[in-house]
Structures are given as C-alpha cells and as structure tokens.
Design a protein around this ligand. Structure first.
Ligand code: PLP
Length: 486
C-alpha cells in the first residue's frame, strides 16, 4: 500500500487530492497522446476469446483503496488487450469512426464538469450550447431553419423518439391511455428491407410489434421501391391497419444506398404519414456542398437523425435528432413533476422535455469543439478524402479478376466480394467468410460483412481521420493475399 492510500484509509472520506489528480491526469494525457501517435501498432481487432478478459479480473470488488498507479497498470496490462481499436487507421468494419483529439478534449472537460442538464437552470450552458451547435450542424448539412435539433446518445434512441412522436401524432391518445385493453387499430410502420434494425427495435419497444413494422422491398440498387410502399399502404388501409410513419434511409447500413426521399415524401403527404429520415451515417457527407444532393427531399421530413459520432469525428456518443416541429416531441414526452418545476417556466428550454431520458450529459461540448477546431471547410475536406479513398478502393476491386463490387458506392463504404469464375453462390459465400476471418485474424485490418439478397459480401468503410491511401492499399493487398491462401 502506498502512503497516499494509507492516508486515504485513515479518515479521508473525500475525493482524490487535487495534486495527486494533476499528476495522474498528466500521465493519462500522455498516455492518450502516445495512443493517438501509435494506435496503428495495436492489432485492430482484439485478439482475445470470449471470457479472456473477465478471467483476469477479480470476482470480488476491492475492499480497500488501491493506488491509481496500480489501477493504471492494470488498465494497460489487463484491459487494453481486450480492446478493438476503433481509432486505428485500418479499422474498416461497420461504419469506421474517429474519436478526434478536439472531441476527446471536450469529453475530458465534460467529465470534469459532470453536469446533468435536465432543466435549463441545472445546465444553462449545456442547454444553450446544444441548441446552438446543432443549429450550426443544421446549417452545415443544409436543412431549413425550421428544423430544431437536440442530442440523444445514439441513432437508435433518436429514431425511437421520432417514431414515438409519430405514434402520438396519429391521434390515438396513446400517451394518455396506453395501448392495452382498448379498441385500437393495429399501427403500421414502414421502412425498407435495408433499414437498420433500430427501426424495427423502435417498433417493438413502442408496442407496434415486429409484424407491425412492414419492410418494403428495394430496387436493384437497394433503395426503397416507392411503388411497393404505396401499394403496401393501400393494402394495409383496406385491411384495417392504421399506417402512421415511414422511415427512409440516407446511407443504409449494408450498402449505404439512398432511399428516394422526395418520392417517399409525396407518399407520406398524400396519406398523412410522419416521415422520419435515418441519415445516421450518410447525413454528415452533406457538409461537403457537392454532397448536399443526398438530403434532397429531407426538408419535407418531419424528423431526421444524423450521428456526429459516426462520420463527423465526434467521440461516441452523440446523435443529432432534428425535428421540423419540435413542439410535437414535447407534446409526446413532456412530463413535469413538482420537483422539476423551475421559475424560468416556458421562457427556457428544458432538455428533459425532448425524449424519455431525464438526465443529460454535456455532449454538445465535444461537438462544439470538433465543429470549431476543424471548421466546415476542414470537415468537408476530410469527408471528401474518405469519399476519394473509397472510390480508389472500389476501382481496384472492379479492375481485379475474380472480385466484384456488389453495390454502388455513393459514400465512403465499399461492398464487394470475391467471386472466382465458375464458383457457385454458396462456394463464394464460404470463400468470402474465410477471407474475412483470415484478414481480421492478422490484426492488421478489420473489415465486416453483410448479406445481400442472401449472398455474403465484405464491407470496407473508410471513416477514420488517420486512414491514408496507404492503409487502404495495404488492406487490399491483405485481402488479395488471404484470398490466395484460402
Ligand atoms: N441507422 C443506421 C443507418 C446505422 O447504420 C446505424 C448503425 O450503424 C444506426 C442507425 C444505429 O446507430 P446507433 O449505434 O447510434 O444507435
């Protein structure tokens, strides 16, 4: 036991001494700076098996205080090996992201302030900075001024809040009277078969049920088939369902396809349905003016989610939900018990009114720091580079015999597969699975997969600020080598 710990046991019931904090904080900051510099030295995908990390940890919580030096040593030795490094430049799986340095600084300060911005007076700056920084983001991606944004932790919750609001707007008084034991029509939510699972999860959380979420077929480029949507709505109405909401996706998870939002908006307007746009990944691209077209028609949406923690270099978690008429969310969610009534009343925004959560972290600080540090031009330049790298990679795949692109590449994600001449679909699936396993096992790159029309494909997503053309080239060489070895 170190002297400072002895002191801690002998009657110290407070926090760490400020000077001790300063010392450890400096070493942690040094650790972070070294990590950013050398992150490519780690295996991208954690090279451990399920249970390996838990086996290193004591089953009982510590009885006595421990020295921070010792705790930090264990962080390095016991925990770090179980980390998959999302900040690694060869992280190409899922949607690659960046916890950028300005964002990390914002997180550090937010942790120190430890504010809970549930009502305005409990966090005037977090409340007003959230509104201002999201209005900057709104302008950057070209949404009209009518949209007002607030921050949720993830896109899953943003979409849940949007769809819950849509359900309330359907006029069935569900907020007041609930859904059980009442004579209600069955509600129907629509999205494409390529929509993210979070939409169906919102449906199951909100009592719509999995069968209440109708997945609409897609065209040859994995975009929602609008004629099929319209036919489904008409069929449902005739059968007694109550359609209430359509979710369009700008940048689907598997292929980054873009649903035809203007035509979907026409259908929603005709049938009086809420239009929610899931642009969790794709929305950030609109910061580059030449990519604004991806949000065409979104000005007619009732709500839109985009995730600064995906492709806007803000550390997880930070999801921006924009609403064309924010008072509707408030109508669905606001519930103010006596102990949360404040003298400011309606003259101030209370963030607790905009979703199910009461407590709010100060997430806008990291967003504000990222937006200021890089600026719109800087963000656009970085996104442009990621788009370029993805196009480069797609070009190599297209030119290589025995490989094929499986979907168009509108953003920075390439969906492709090995398909040697003469191989059956099943043989090619097995081959791609083996290639993926072997590439990921090297620890030198990490890719993920998807299944399209029943066939397995590989995905390479560029989204990390440290990724260069060299990293993409090396990933391609690795894929080709491993394809030669299976
Ligand atoms: N929507 C889309 C299109 C996504 O790709 C994802 C995740 O990749 C999500 C929603 C869910 O995002 P989150 O993890 O923020 O809930």
């Amino acid at each position: 036991m170190t002297p400072e710990n002895t002191q801690q046991i002998n009657g110290n019931t407070g926090d760490m001494d400020p000077e001790e904090f300063r010392r450890h904080a400096h070493s942690v900051v040094d650790w972070i700076a070294d990590y950013f510099q050398n992150v490519d030295q780690y295996p991208v995908l954690a090279q451990v098996q399920p249970g390996d990390i838990a086996a290193r940890l004591p089953e009982q919580a510590p009885e006595e205080p421990e020295a921070m030096e010792r705790i930090l040593e264990d962080f390095d030795e016991k925990l770090l090996p179980g980390m998959t490094h999302w900040n690694h430049p060869a992280f190409f799986a899922y949607f690659a992201i960046t916890g950028s340095a300005p964002g990390v600084l914002g997180e550090m300060l937010a942790a120190a302030l430890n504010v809970n911005a549930m009502v305005w007076r409990s966090g005037p700056t977090p409340t007003e900075l959230e509104e201002r920084s999201l209005d900057w983001l709104r302008q950057m991606i070209g949404l009209p001024a009518a949209f007002r944004g607030h921050i949720q932790d993830t896109a899953s919750i943003s979409s849940l809040v949007a769809i819950a609001t849509a359900r309330e707007e359907a006029g069935l008084r569900i907020r007041e009277e609930g859904m059980s034991g009442r004579d209600l029509p069955r509600l129907r939510l629509y999205c494409s078969e390529e929509a993210h699972s979070s939409i169906e999860k919102a449906g199951l959380t909100l009592g719509i049920g999995r069968t209440g979420t109708r997945r609409i077929p897609t065209d040859s480029q994995f975009r929602m088939d609008v004629a099929a949507l319209e036919a489904a709505i008409e069929e449902d109405v005739a059968a007694g369902w109550k359609p209430f909401c359509v979710v369009a996706t700008v940048g689907t998870t598997s292929t980054t396809s873009i649903d035809p939002v203007p035509r979907i908006a026409d259908v929603c307007e005709k049938h009086g349905l809420w239009l929610h746009v899931d642009a969790a990944y794709g929305g950030s691209a609109a910061v580059a003016p030449e990519m604004r077209w991806i949000l065409e028609g979104c000005e007619r949406a009732d709500s839109l989610v985009t995730n600064p923690h995906k492709w806007l270099f803000v550390p997880v978690d930070c999801s921006a939900l924009f609403l064309r008429r924010p008072e509707r969310v408030k109508r669905a969610f606001s519930l103010v018990p006596e102990y949360l009534i404040t003298p400011e009343g309606a003259s101030a925004t209370n963030l607790m009114d905009y979703g199910p959560a009461l407590g709010r972290r100060f997430r806008s600080l990291k967003l504000w720091m990222v937006l200021r540090y890089f600026g719109r031009e800087g963000i656009a330049a970085r996104i442009r580079e990621h788009l370029r790298l993805a196009r480069e990679f797609a070009g190599w795949v297209e030119a290589a015999p025995g490989w094929e692109l499986v979907a168009p590449v509108p953003f920075s994600t390439v969906v492709f597969r090995r398909h040697p001449d003469g191989a059956t679909g099943e043989e090619a699936d097995a081959l791609n699975e083996r290639i993926l396993e072997r590439v990921n096992a090297t620890g030198r790159a990490f890719l993920s997969h998807t299944r399209l029309r029943g066939r397995l494909s590989l995905r390479l997503a560029v989204g990390n600020l440290r990724t260069t053309e060299e990293h993409v080239r090396r990933a391609w060489e690795l894929l080709q080598n491993e394809a030669g070895n299976v």
